[in-house]
Design a protein around this ligand. Structure first.
Ligand SMILES: *Cc1c(COP(=O)(O)O)cnc(C)c1O
Length: 397
């Protein structure tokens, strides 16, 4: 057996590989530089171009590009009419922003439990959490796998709720053959560098509902409109603009939009490479009874953003922490995503208690992400598999 690097052995690789990383080529750089040399750094044509590219790719009617994925979630909640006294149901196994967006609107995030095999929000648990105050569901496509869209759609129709899909992980994925972005009432994307398509920072909301689209556009720019036909008062002159709501400055710049549009043209390539790596991991880990891999639902065609390994701790002599540290010492740096949101001190202060979603907490205590991004070489992929096998073999019962 190979000696673990943690115990003084030789690491599987010399340089560290992390869980996610962007892929920027010269043509992406050129797109940014060209925009910097143009007349518009913000509010210009590159933003419209990006919004069109997002609509074309996803099949949604409208796209509103914004400064980041968190702003996208906030605007989606505002457009859905979420306000003080309302409740918004989401999953605890997500980035904090999926729940914070309800708090921004004065509403209460309510956590539904997950399906312990797919790790996505469990529609049955969503049903149990619905009250008269429930206004919306923020369903997160965790790791890129679409949620159970049909079941959630049914619940939303039955209880008159707005279906918001947090698709920060799932751009490029499909459900029943339809692209993510065309499925929910509103779908939000993030273009942070660890996500599949990046602009450094950036986000977008997709919708096919004109009313939501108008609200999203208004809230993105301070609640101010410059369109005469939409004004509530008679314009005094052509300089007149009008604030109608308390909105925000959630605009994205044109040079970020240019970068994202350039990246969008490579999305299918990124998707194909991610799938290739996932297939290799799945095949390798199928031989390891100590590693449980994420279940895929048959209706989903997933572009995986994160690759999760779940440890069957009953078959191992180590803790999750020890496994994590051993893998990191091999220079394959894992990450744990996510800590249940309501465990954070801020949420504890609000009165949320541990134990609220037992399945989510169970899964959290056994998972970690291993590196997955399109720029990984075949050697990188082989190193990750080698390192996982090495650690498993050392801790096998
Ligand atoms: C990244 C992420 C966000 C937030 O996106 P930002 O662009 O970083 O603001 C929201 N939800 C999930 C699930 C994410 O992974």
């Amino acid at each position: 057996m190979e000696k673990l690097a943690l115990n003084g052995g030789t690491p599987v690789r010399n340089n560290k590989i992390t869980y996610g990383k962007q892929w920027i080529d010269q043509d992406d750089i050129n797109a940014v530089v060209t925009t910097l040399q143009s007349d518009f750094l913000t509010c210009g044509p590159k933003i419209t171009e990006l919004e069109q590219a997002l609509c074309t790719y996803t099949g949604a009617k409208y796209a509103v590009a914004v400064s980041n994925g968190t702003a996208a979630l906030h605007l989606a909640c505002l457009a859905a009419g979420v306000g003080p006294g309302d409740e918004v149901i989401t999953t605890p196994i997500t980035f904090a922003a999926s729940a914070n967006c309800a708090l921004y609107c004065g509403a209460k995030p309510v956590f539904a439990d997950i399906n312990p095999e797919t790790y996505n929000i469990d529609p049955a648990s969503v049903r149990e959490k619905i009250t008269e105050r429930t206004k919306a569901i923020v369903a997160v496509d965790f790791t890129g796998q679409p949620v159970e869209v049909e079941e959630i759609r049914k619940i939303c129709d039955e209880f008159n709720l707005v279906f918001i899909e947090d698709a920060a992980h799932s751009i490029g994925s499909k459900y029943n053959g339809a692209q993510v972005g065309s499925l929910a009432d509103m779908t939000t994307f993030s273009f942070h560098p660890v996500k599949t398509v990046t602009g450094g920072e950036g986000g977008a909301i997709l919708t096919s509902n004109e009313e939501y689209f108008k609200k999203l556009s208004l809230f993105r720019t301070h609640g101010i409109t410059k369109v005469p036909s939409e004004m509530l008062e008679e314009p005094e002159g052509i300089w007149y603009y009008e604030q109608q709501e308390l909105g925000y400055n959630y605009r994205i710049t044109d040079f970020q939009a240019a970068l994202i549009t350039s990246q969008m043209s490579k999305l299918d390539r990124f998707v194909a490479r991610r799938k290739e790596i996932v297939a290799r991991y799945n095949e390798a880990f199928a031989e390891l009874p100590e590693i449980i891999i994420q279940k895929e639902i048959s209706r989903a065609d997933t572009c995986r953003h994160l690759y999760i390994i779940q440890l069957d701790l009953e078959k191992l002599t180590c803790t999750r922490r020890e496994f994590f540290d051993a893998l990191a010492a091999e220079n394959v740096q894992p990450q744990v995503m996510y800590i249940p949101v309501y465990w954070f001190p801020y949420y504890q202060k609000l009165g949320y208690e541990r134990g609220l979603c037992p399945k989510a907490e169970y899964v959290y205590s056994r998972i970690m992400c291993i590196p997955l991004y399109p720029k990984m070489t075949d050697q990188d992929v082989a190193d990750v598999i080698h390192a996982v096998k090495k650690v498993v073999e050392n801790y096998r019962k």
